[in-house]
Design a protein around this ligand. Sequence first.
Ligand code: GAR
Length: 263
Amino acid sequence: MRAKLRIGALISGGGSNLQAIIDACEGGRVGGRMVFVGADTPGAKGLGRAKKHGIPTFVVDYGEVIRAFRRAPTPPSPADFDLQDVRAKQALFSDDRDPERDRHFFSSRAVAESRLLAAMAGFDFDLLVLAGFMRNLTPYFIDRVNTVPGEPRIMNIHPALLPAFPGVDGYGDTFRYGCKVGGCTVHFIDYGEDSGPIIGQKSFAITPRDTVDSVREKGLALEWQLYPECIQLFAEGRLKTVKLTYALPDRRTVQRSVVKIAV
Ligand code: GAR
């Protein structure tokens, strides 16, 4: 029998996706168990859900780290932080952005991320799931979790049919655009914002009777099915990330990392 997948989770809010994953593990629909839940704010309600199930929790207060960073003129960065390396790899901001803003963003996030990594080091885990974690992770963190080339192990759920509507309000953006179909996406994290290889998607119709709230409700109900399904595919070793090169009609070529699901 295959060993149970050890899953860690990061959250920022209510944790209904976290709950869906815990329930799927306990109900046998996911061959795994949740080994820790971390949050970026002490107020994250999902922490209570984890505690109810006896799952260890920790908090790295991003707000506090960022405020302290603003106050200190030369704030200490983690010893292994290399700003040039992180800036060269990141795909969150355009290259012509003010270098001082970049330095502030990536250095302060490295402080928070090094604390996350220190807290996570207390647990053995196979997969890290972002379940409503509302922070962009930087290459500093990603490279320290994804240590085997070609085998990503940080998943995210996003409330839109990516690559449409990345960012913080996927359902709102979908609704306001006038889309007739909405949906949710589970993908591996890469160095950009909601841009990594897609694992699974589910969609729903948006009718004239819908409001932004009903769109969110429909979407969340699908997220609770989709996330456990994708985690189970990972647990079964069926997700392979491959780099493909495509020829475009204008003869240029484009390279994408895509997830192939073994049948
Ligand atoms: C979910 O809709 C999730 O897709 C979204 O936050 C919500 C969290 O709900 N995530 C993002 O927007 C990530 N950029 P939950 O805390 O009840 O799981």
